[in-house]
Design a binder for this molecule. Structure first.
Ligand SMILES: [Mg+2]
Length: 221
């Protein structure tokens, strides 16, 4: 089966919802902690666990903010319908938090899109974030890669769609990569093949090319 594993922040969304939340709710020191993630001191999972650990807001408050703030990239809904129509399995895998990804998808009426992200528990002291790999084992690194590895171990062809630093390892495991922004630059720098996108029209065209190629291979002796 053809699986499209798709990042959320700055990929499905225009702009980074996770950054917008951290800015809107006056999270202390998050920029310093983010810089430490970018420098490689912490994984994205460790960094999110630390940063959201200090965010004291209710789930309702943040969800309301997300519903009012989030902009989804052009033609995403159309791309979801295309995947459902041709039998491509679309899975949104985000190292962000499940509740805001879900709130965004639900606000678009896309309740049935498969998604995996950080689990959250709201406490008076902050948000407790945790990540489980596809087998339910708690992890603090390689969340996105663990899903690519899981889909490939099931014999699926994986197309990875993403934009940033936390996508690079997962993209390198995947069979095909569709990238924008920092991930596209990294693929370019490493001399690895990828297709560039700005809208989900572009993503759909790349996916359709791979799908037809796979179908052709199936019918040939
Ligand atoms: Mg992203």
């Amino acid at each position: 089966m053809l699986v499209v594993q798709c990042d959320f922040d700055d990929t499905v969304s225009v702009g980074n919802v996770s950054v917008a939340i951290r800015e809107a709710f006056d999270l202390e020191n998050w920029k310093e902690m983010e810089a430490e993630f970018v420098s490689g001191k912490y994984t994205v999972e460790q960094s999110n666990i630390m940063q959201y650990g200090g965010l004291r807001a209710s789930q309702d408050e943040i969800e309301e903010f997300v519903r009012g703030d989030v902009v989804v990239r052009y033609a995403f809904e159309e791309f979801v319908a295309y995947c459902q129509g041709v039998g491509v399995r679309l899975v949104v895998v985000s190292s962000g938090l499940e509740f805001y990804v879900r709130a965004t998808l639900n606000s678009l009426g896309l309740d049935d899109v498969e998604m995996h992200a950080g689990q959250t528990e709201f406490t008076p002291d902050g948000i407790r974030v945790s990540y489980d790999d596809p087998d339910g084992v708690p992890i603090t690194s390689g969340f996105k890669d663990s899903y690519v590895a899981h889909f490939k171990s099931q014999g699926h062809t994986v197309i990875y769609v993403g934009d940033g630093l936390s996508d690079l390892d997962a993209a390198r495991f995947a069979d095909h990569v569709i990238a924008r922004d920092g991930l596209a630059d990294d693929m370019e720098r490493l001399g690895l093949p990828y297709g560039r996108f700005e809208t989900f029209r572009d993503v759909g065209e790349h996916v359709e090319r791979v799908r037809i190629e796979l179908d052709d291979r199936k019918v040939r002796p």
